[in-house]
Design a binder for this molecule. Sequence first.
Ligand SMILES: Cc1cc2nc3c(=O)[nH]c(=O)nc-3n(C[C@H](O)[C@H](O)[C@H](O)COP(=O)(O)O)c2cc1C
Length: 161
Amino acid sequence: MTIDGDAYRRIIGHFATGVTVVTTAHDGWLHGMTANALTSVSLDPLLLLICVDKSAHAHEQLDKAGSFAVNILAVEQEEISKTFAVSSEPEQGELRGVPYRLGPHGSPVLEGCLAYVECEVSDRFVGGDHTLFMGAVLGGELLREAAPLLFYQGRYQRIEA
Ligand SMILES: Cc1cc2nc3c(=O)[nH]c(=O)nc-3n(C[C@H](O)[C@H](O)[C@H](O)COP(=O)(O)O)c2cc1C
């Protein structure tokens, strides 16, 4: 049975995910993009994969920075997810007014996130209108235990941790 893009979105929307903001920094230019097309790939070596729309500013920023952080959002960070789901140019030293610090490997870590992982881009694969960026994990930290923000059927959802 063949399906169109809308039907595919409805079907795949039943796969519940967490919500992250992928952040980059290069020469002081900071950028963040809400992302849930992410998977942990390998433990030896430590690898994860993110899928980024070729038309997103994040795509160019990932190419320029060659590194990124994945910030895992807590349930009360829905507004932050919405903020970084709106396309925006990178800013010098600013991240849409959201408090952050630079992680040990130089990518922005958002205040209040549950955990983060910093990666170096180790490979790229073409995936239709997206590019799959493989990230070699450089470091990371579990910052606090709290309920995660979830995305399911095109809506934000919550579970108790
Ligand atoms: C919950 C959620 C998950 C998303 N996941 C992705 C993703 O994994 N990859 C992607 O390219 N865009 C994803 N998006 C869309 C981007 O966040 C959106 O296109 C953003 O405006 C891109 O910003 P930029 O052009 O400034 O990089 C997601 C949006 C939402 C709301």
